[in-house]
Write a protein that binds this ligand. Structure first.
Ligand SMILES: Cc1cc2nc3c(=O)[nH]c(=O)nc-3n(C[C@H](O)[C@H](O)[C@H](O)COP(=O)(O)OP(=O)(O)OC[C@H]3O[C@@H](n4cnc5c(N)ncnc54)[C@H](O)[C@@H]3O)c2cc1C
Length: 149
């Protein structure tokens, strides 16, 4: 039987769990392709705080490493934000120009942090805390700030 094409937008903890169950219940039903704006594999976002404090390494909070996607025949586009969904043609397009068609589309784009627009909110060092890039930005800001003192 020909596999249906399942495209997932976003690679956070929610679709990670959905796919685990799906692969258990119907391992041969879908050919799965994931597009993620972040350039990471699936990781436990909740554990970014200990990564920030240095108690944990990023590698320790990975839920699905590269091998998991290979094992399940899943194509993962890291660092590919989806910028267009064409519902008539049933395609998605990434910001890098990759076009993928789908039979089923799962949108799991989570949320974005909001910085209150008070005076100074655009100053260097005013940062949000959502992903690994934010953790690296905070670590760098802390280092630079330490040099001023
Ligand atoms: C530091 C921290 C601590 C937390 N602690 C807790 C806690 O203790 N308990 C709790 O319940 N929750 C906690 N949360 C919240 C929890 O992490 C989120 O609710 C959960 O990760 C949501 O999962 P998700 O898969 O829905 O979305 P997300 O984890 O937000 O993932 C969405 C993904 O989609 C990607 N994406 C967005 N737009 C696009 C696009 N157009 N194309 C491609 N990809 C896209 C994003 O880059 C992201 O990788 C915490 C969050 C943070 C940041």
């Amino acid at each position: 039987m020909k596999k249906e094409k399942l495209v997932v937008i976003g690679n956070g903890m929610a679709p990670g769990k959905v796919l685990e169950v799906l692969l258990e219940e119907a391992p041969d039903r879908y050919k799965i392709t994931i597009f993620n704006a972040e350039s990471q594999v699936n990781y436990n976002r909740i554990m970014l705080s200990p990564v920030l404090t240095g108690e944990t390494e990023f590698e320790e909070i990975i839920i699905h490493g590269d091998g998991w996607y290979i094992k399940h025949g899943i194509t993962l586009y890291k660092g590919h934000k989806i910028v267009n969904i064409n519902r008539d043609a049933q395609t998605v397009t990434s910001e890098h120009g990759v076009v993928e068609s789908y039979d089923k589309l799962m949108i799991a784009t989570g949320s974005y942090p909001f910085i209150i627009p008070v005076p100074g909110h655009k100053l260097a060092g005013v940062l949000s805390f959502r992903d690994l890039d934010d953790v690296h930005a905070m670590m760098l800001a802390a280092k630079l700030a330490a040099r001023l003192w």
